[in-house]
Design a protein around this ligand. Structure first.
Ligand code: HEC
Length: 105
C-alpha cells in the first residue's frame, strides 16, 4: 500500500511541474553540463567571457523556440559534436531557461 501511495504522490508532483515547459522534452539541469563541455569553447573564442554574450546579443539569430531547436541541431551537425536527440533537447531546455526564455506553452 505504501509504495502505491508513493507512486501516486510522484505522479501528482510531475503533473504540477509539467505544463510550464510542456513543449520541451529536455531537462535543463542535464543540458547545462553538456553545453559547457561541448558548446562553450567556440562561443568563448568569439565573444569572450563565458561565451553567453552570443545568446544575449541584440542582433542574435534565434528568435523563437523553434529557431533555438534548429540552431542547436545545426551547430551540433556543423561542429560534428555528435550529440543525440535527447542531449540536444536537454541543451535546448537549458538555453531557453537560462537565456532565451521563450514561451513554450
Ligand atoms: C566550431 C565552433 C562552434 C561550436 C563548437 C558551437 N557553436 Fe554555436 N555558434 C557558432 C557560431 C560561429 C555561431 C554564430 C553564427 C552567426 O552569428 O551567424 C553560433 C551560434 C549559436 C547560437 C545562436 C546564438 C544567437 O545568435 O541567438 C546558438 C543557440 C548556438 N550557437 C548553440 C550551440 C550549441 C548548443 C552548441 C553545442 C552543441 C554549439 N553552439 C557549438 C559556433 C560554434
Amino acid at each position: 500500500m505504501k509504495s502505491i501511495y508513493r507512486k501516486f504522490a510522484g505522479t501528482a508532483l510531475l503533473a504540477v511541474s509539467l505544463p510550464v515547459f510542456a513543449l520541451l522534452a529536455g531537462k535543463a539541469e542535464d543540458g547545462g553540463p553538456l553545453h559547457d563541455h561541448f558548446c562553450m569553447g567556440c562561443h568563448v573564442n568569439m565573444f569572450g567571457g563565458d561565451g553567453s554574450a552570443i545568446y544575449l546579443r541584440t542582433e542574435r539569430r534565434v528568435n523563437s523556440i523553434e529557431g533555438l531547436m534548429g540552431q542547436v541541431a545545426f551547430c551540433n551537425e556543423q561542429t560534428k559534436v555528435g550529440l543525440n536527440q535527447h542531449e540536444i533537447d536537454d541543451i535546448v531546455a537549458y538555453l531557453n531557461e537560462s537565456y532565451y526564455q521563450f514561451e513554450t506553452d
